[in-house]
Design a protein around this ligand. Structure first.
Ligand SMILES: [Zn+2]
Length: 671
């Protein structure tokens, strides 16, 4: 019998036939798909025909279709609906997939063919998109070390292996420090904490098998504790433990690991011919150079620090009015900021919630996409992997565009967070395929399901990623949809969040679950104002981390990263009462793997662009300006990675992004 994953999918729009696939099908399907992919790659690498674009680059684009099918189904259910069998499969698959792709990028005969096509590129009469795909393919092989020979090649292998080990060690030490610490709270020490924090502390106590409630170092518990506990001594104790993660001495100390990682990254970049690891990392990003990243961060830093300094004075005065003398400390900031928030923006989440119904918010996201891009959504009856999943057919002018799947509710089998993935990406080669896109969230179930404002923003965010996939209109899958630079990929998602804030959208769709009444105007104003609260603090703690990350990867690696961190913070005048969002010994974004190393800035980079891009709509006359919407689709949402991000943005906006809209949006300059 044919494995249902590898068979032709005869379902509507060839959505994966989840109801015919069992967990036992995954391992044999992966086995066959890997073998097929290897055979395809071997054929491309060993053909006697002289290398050209079609028999090398296009052939690689077409290869691996079976593997795509297996992985799209498997990773969908492994992330959103796992079970012990799927977890075991994932442990087995991960190293095998890593080895499979490493073998391809280290395939010398294959690389020689790609390099030959690259050398001949000017005489090949390629389209712009083909040139781009060729450049990206060649570049990714070179960056992986495919052009190295002899000792350099061996050393690169050693470095990669050692970096993988160090990254895992860094993560495990961090987990050990996080799990090892908790602070018991007596009943009296719970005073002043809101119910949800008390409940979380009791649950954490039960989990740790402690005598009663405890505070742990999990962000979701310690941050509200620091925000609400009136006990300054306990706040100090908890804060010190939180910021000492990875720097407690002994076996779990991460400081030497961080130093070794930075040294090896520098060596790796130099082997590949770059001046520094930052230069290597940023080559593929929109920012391109460390100088441009620093320039942007400093443009934001200066007004953010001014705002934070002014806020610190207000908070100090509140603390003194409480009878506490001496300077405001890092364990005081969140507590007095929370008091101030209550006083200035008394927004009651419980009162707000009935206005934010999940179904109405989905409708709001769809309606905005209809007004902007003419998309229509019709419920689609297909078998999915869980009864909570819903599907829609997305159409425009009567033509099929995509299938959109929403899996919104939290459950034990789903990993935390929210994400968007394409089960099938848009492409026209080797044949036309329309996208199947899924949004996965972790909202609380209810009848009706109600969202917090943050949840509603998450829904719009993930739907923005989905639009980037669904409106994609390119030839090759490798550059389709969200296959763009890391510091560009959050632009469509963060930009879409702005439509939730458009007053007419909330007025129409934020209706009370019981009465059906629209959200009152003063509540709407409070929601919008509260979004900007304490932005001086938030910007400072983030930008400080981003600047330290950048400094670590420029020029020679620091022998003592902690000294380098102190130097950077002194250089920018870090406010005494604000800590870095992530200090070096627990900066997992940067040290657990390569992903965000010299890339932590990219959240801010994207935010600068989304604010600037939305301002383009406002300048043009409104959030639904049809010309702007057309330009957004033509130059950003449909183009995937077919051009340099800078070129795409400039085509949309007529210029590169400036920071003014972001500063205004964060309340860091007078509007
Ligand atoms: Zn995102």
């Amino acid at each position: 019998m044919t494995n249902p994953i590898l068979a032709d999918w005869t379902t509507p729009f060839a959505v994966a036939p989840f109801d015919t696939i069992s967990d036992d099908d995954f391992a044999p399907a992966l086995e066959r798909a890997l073998a097929t992919h290897n055979a395809e790659i071997d054929r491309i690498a060993s053909t006697a025909e002289p290398p050209d674009f079609a028999n090398t680059v296009e052939a690689m684009e077409a290869a691996g279709a079976d593997l795509d099918k297996v992985l799209s189904v498997f990773f969908t259910v492994a992330g959103a609906d796992s079970n012990p069998a799927r977890e075991a499969l994932q442990r087995d698959f991960s190293p095998r997939l890593a080895a499979h792709f490493a073998e391809i990028s280290g395939n010398k005969p294959l690389f020689r063919r790609i390099a030959a096509v690259w050398q001949a590129r000017d005489s090949l009469d390629l389209s712009d998109e083909q040139q781009r795909v060729l450049m990206l393919t060649h570049r990714s092989f070179v960056r992986a070390g495919a052009a190295l020979e002899g000792d350099a090649e061996l050393r690169m292998k050693e470095i990669k292996g050692r970096l993988a080990t160090l990254g895992t060690g860094f993560t495990q030490n961090l987990l050990a420090d996080e799990r090892g610490w908790f602070m018991d709270l007596s009943e009296e020490e719970l005073e002043g904490l809101p119910d949800f924090v008390v409940e979380a502390a009791r649950a954490a106590g039960a989990e740790k098998e402690a005598a009663g409630p405890v505070v742990t170092l999990s962000r979701s518990l310690i941050v509200p504790f620091l925000q609400f506990s009136p006990r300054r001594d306990l706040r100090e104790k908890a804060y010190r433990a939180w910021t000492a993660r990875g720097a407690n001495g002994g076996d779990t100390d991460n400081r030497d690991i961080a130093a070794e990682i930075l040294t090896l990254r520098e060596e790796r970049a130099r082997l590949l011919g770059y001046d520094s690891f930052a230069a290597y990392k940023l080559e593929t990003e929109m920012a391109r150079t460390p100088e441009r990243v620093r320039e942007l961060l400093m443009q934001v830093w200066t007004p953010a620090k001014a705002q934070a300094d002014a806020d610190a004075e207000k908070l100090t005065a509140m603390m003194q009015a409480d009878g506490v003398n001496g300077p405001l400390e890092a364990w005081d900031w969140r507590y007095y900021a929370e008091k101030r928030r209550k006083a200035e923006h008394d927004l009651d989440e419980a009162e707000l919630k009935p206005y934010l119904q999940l179904d109405r918010m989905i409708e709001a996201a769809f309606t905005c996409a209809n007004r902007l891009f003419g998309l229509e959504f019709a419920p689609l009856d297909v078998a999915l992997y869980h009864p909570d999943c819903r599907a829609w057919e997305v159409m425009r002018d009567g033509a099929h565009v995509a299938v959109f799947i929403g899996d919104y509710f939290a459950r034990g089998s789903k990993r935390s967070g929210a994400w968007c993935s394409a089960m099938r990406s848009q492409a026209k080669f080797p044949e036309t395929q329309t996208p199947v896109v899924i949004n996965v969230c972790n909202f609380a179930k209810g009848d009706p399901a109600l969202l917090s404002y943050d949840d509603a923003r998450t829904l719009f965010h993930e739907f923005g990623h989905a639009l980037h996939q669904m409106l994609s209109d390119v030839t090759y899958e490798s550059i389709s949809g969200t296959s763009v630079a890391r510091d560009f990929v959050e632009l469509p998602s963060q930009l879409y969040e702005h439509w939730l804030e458009v007053p007419e959208v909330l007025e129409e769709f934020a209706t009370h679950a019981e009465t059906g009444a629209a959200m009152p105007h003063d509540m709407l104003d409070k929601v919008l104002a509260a979004a900007n609260f304490d932005m001086g603090f938030q910007t400072v703690e983030y930008v400080a981390s981003a600047l330290v990350d950048l400094a670590f990867h420029e020029g020679a690696a620091p022998a003592d990263p902690m000294a380098r961190q102190a130097e950077v913070l002194a250089g920018i005048g870090m406010p005494a009462a604000i800590g870095m969002r992530h200090a070096t010994p627990h900066f997992a974004h940067v040290f657990a793997g390569d992903g965000y190393s010299s890339g932590y800035y990219s959240y801010m980079w994207s935010e600068v662009m989304d604010a600037d891009a939305f301002a383009a709509f406002e300048e043009a006359g409104g959030a639904f300006d049809p010309e702007r919407a057309k330009a957004l689709e033509a130059h950003i949402l449909s183009t995937g990675g077919s051009k340099e991000p800078e070129e795409l943005y400039t085509a949309f906006r007529g210029r590169l992004p400036g920071v003014e809209a972001l500063l205004k949006g964060r309340g860091l300059v007078a509007a």
